[in-house]
Design a protein around this ligand. Structure first.
Ligand code: PEP
Ligand code: MG
Length: 616
């Protein structure tokens, strides 16, 4: 693979700009990141972070001056941290790229110190009674104009320096305004969206019919942003070091979501390879599409239920096309994203109705709100007061813990789920359970809501939706036998299970190499929880990202699992694998894998499994 230095023609001073003016910017650059969602895209890049942050002009009163200066100081400190993080990640770039980017980031750090920009903005807050963001914008404009008016023959260098000032002003403004919801409406059709970071809420706003691909600097393979992108079927690569500084808006790029690469300003060869890959990918999809109507059954007649995970209603058509046997995990967080204020019972009901009706009675498992960790939702920030996630959100009031603290949220969701149960089979799933008591308490609330809904005259089905528990922490997995006595079914969430078992944040690029759902500790927990459920003949499924990896199906079937829920686009390949398997081989294979204690050896075994080969 060819890796060249990013040729961003921006510089902290004229001299460096000179060296960058030598045309390198036009050269091809390949960056490798984390493969997230397969598919190949060719198109111009569109850098959303470079879009001006929306900050209307605002005046303040003399009494607000101190508060505005404090806001500015906070934004400066946040921006310094962000740039520092970018600098720290330079180390993983090729040397040539480091040489190119380091001076630029140093210039940013300087501008975020006691620079003219910061001093000037502070002065304007006080002297002109301007809000911090208006002061920053005005000061940046004044500095940039002065740079552009300088007597210097290197006009391109001057433009670059002025651009750097604006860049820092935009970063400050974004941090100051914590800019509401990002809008992707302006992204030109067919573009590859580039950003430092996308939140799950951002991803929920993307229109897969308009956006050809997504590439970001931050993000891990099984974070919620990754899950969203996979669900939307947008070719995506996350964790691309140096990406935003290496591209300019409009640069052409070839993004390969399966390989985890982006080629910026591709040469003829890279373009031709990209085009071939697009054609091959379309052919493969047509082939897999033919599996839709075939049963998910092994060569010796063992059935494997294949369901879909759903993050946003826009995925419904994809789920129907994939041939899913219902929805095994409806993540309801989307209802709380990109909105101010909490959704009411009617909003929940409408969303669930659309989904239950859209799946033709195949069954929908509705998971109640799993707030916490990286899933930040504006509706909750406003709607549930006073409320904060604590110093370590992943270990704080997440999932069921938060819902039991704020039962009114749970009541609204339960009521809507009960109403929708009249339209088709549904189940209720509780996230982040760690002790049996949580299921018991949730059930008490559920039963109260049943009575209340009945009193309102709503007709409920004779058989009420059952109440299940997610098994997604080591504690829950090891206490699965106790939790099984309270819950009606289990859904094993391997994304969080791997995160909490290995102490590796699933969305953090820096430790993504340590995130390994095939680690023996994770596999042993899956086995323990599965066996606890099977002993009681209780339904159990896996609904983490692991379930969508065809290579892991023999192992999961061998461990006794007969139900998987995954991103819809994974279903055909998983079904193809199920149809090639023999259940005795799977059981033998699982025994062999579970004897191993070395994660590398497990990887080798799993990758080397060939259906029908006796050596397994
Ligand atoms: C999981 O943790 O594996 C899971 C399915 O839940 P989520 O990804 O929504 O946290
Ligand atoms: Mg989870």
């Amino acid at each position: 693979m060819k890796t060249e230095a990013p040729g961003t023609p921006r510089a902290a001073d004229g001299k460096q700009a000179e060296t960058r003016k030598t045309g390198r910017r036009a050269r091809e650059l390949v960056i490798k990141g984390i493969p997230i969602s397969s598919g190949v895209a060719i198109g111009p890049v569109f850098d959303t972070d470079a879009a001006p942050a929306a900050a209307p002009r605002r005046n303040i009163t003399a009494g607000q001056v101190e508060a505005e200066r404090a806001r500015l100081a906070e934004a400066v400190s946040a921006s310094r941290k962000q740039v520092g993080k970018l600098k720290a990640r330079l180390a993983i770039l090729p040397e040539e790229a480091q040489e190119e980017l380091e001076p630029l980031l140093d210039a940013y750090v300087m501008m975020l110190g006691e620079s003219r920009l910061i001093r000037g903005a502070r002065k304007r807050i006080e002297a002109e009674l301007l809000s911090a963001e208006t002061a920053v914008q005005d000061e940046a404009e004044a500095i940039a104009n002065a740079i552009l008016a300088a007597k210097d023959d290197d006009k391109a260098g001057l433009r670059r320096r002025a651009g750097e000032v604006h860049e820092i002003a935009r970063r400050l403004t974004r941090n100051l305004t914590e800019s509401g919801f990002r809008s992707f409406k302006d992204v030109p059709e067919g573009s590859i969206l580039i950003a430092e970071e996308l939140t799950p809420a951002d991803a929920a706003l993307l229109d897969p019919s308009r956006i050809a691909g997504v590439a970001t600097e931050e993000g891990g393979a099984d974070g919620h942003t990754a899950i969203m992108l996979r669900a939307l079927g947008i070719p995506s690569v996350l964790g691309l070091p140096g990406l935003t500084n290496a591209t300019a808006r409009g640069d052409e790029a070839v993004l390969d979501g399966g390989a985890g690469t982006i080629v910026i300003r591709p040469g003829r060869e890279a373009l031709a390879t990209g085009r071939e890959a697009i054609a091959a990918y379309a052919k493969e999809r047509t082939r897999l599409g033919k599996l839709r109507r075939l049963p998910s059954v092994t060569t010796d007649g063992e059935e494997m239920e294949l369901q879909a995970n759903l993050e946003i209603p826009a995925e419904l058509p994809l789920i129907a096309q994939a041939g899913a046997q219902g929805i095994g995990l409806l993540r309801t967080e989307f209802l709380f994203m990109n909105r101010k204020g909490l959704p009411d019972e009617e909003a929940h009901y409408e969303a669930y109705r659309q989904i239950v009706e859209g799946t033709d009675g195949a069954g929908v498992t509705i998971r109640v709100l799993d707030w916490g960790g990286e899933k930040d939702m504006e509706a909750l920030a406003e709607g549930v007061e006073p409320f904060h996630a604590g110093p370590n959100p992943a270990l704080g009031l997440r999932g069921i813990r938060m819902l039991l603290r704020r039962p009114e949220l749970l009541e609204v969701q339960f009521a809507a789920i009960l109403r929708v149960a009249a339209l088709g089979p549904v189940r209720v799933l509780l996230p982040m359970v760690t002790i049996p008591e949580e299921v018991r308490e949730a059930r008490e609330i559920y039963e109260r809501v049943v009575k209340r809904v009945r009193r309102r005259g709503v007709t409920l089905p004779e058989k009420l939706p059952v109440l299940g528990a997610m098994i997604e922490t080591p504690g829950a997995a090891l206490a699965a036998d106790a939790i099984a006595l309270e819950a009606d079914f289990f859904a094993i969430g391997t994304n969080d299970l791997a995160m909490y078992t290995l102490a590796v944040d699933r969305a953090e690029v820096e430790v993504s190499h340590l995130y390994d759902p095939l680690h023996p500790a994770v596999l042993r927990l899956i086995q323990f929880a599965t066996e606890a459920a099977l002993r009681l003949r209780m339904p159990v499924s896996v609904c983490g990202e692991m379930a969508g990896n065809p290579r892991l199906v023999p192992l999961l079937m061998g461990l006794g699992l007969r139900s998987l829920s995954m991103n819809a686009s994974a279903i055909p390949r998983v079904k193809q694998m199920v149809r090639a398997l023999n259940i005795d081989d799977c059981a033998r294979f699982a025994r062999r894998v579970m004897e191993q204690s070395d994660p590398k050896r497990i990887q080798e075994l799993v990758m080397g499994f060939v259906p029908g080969e006796r050596s397994t």
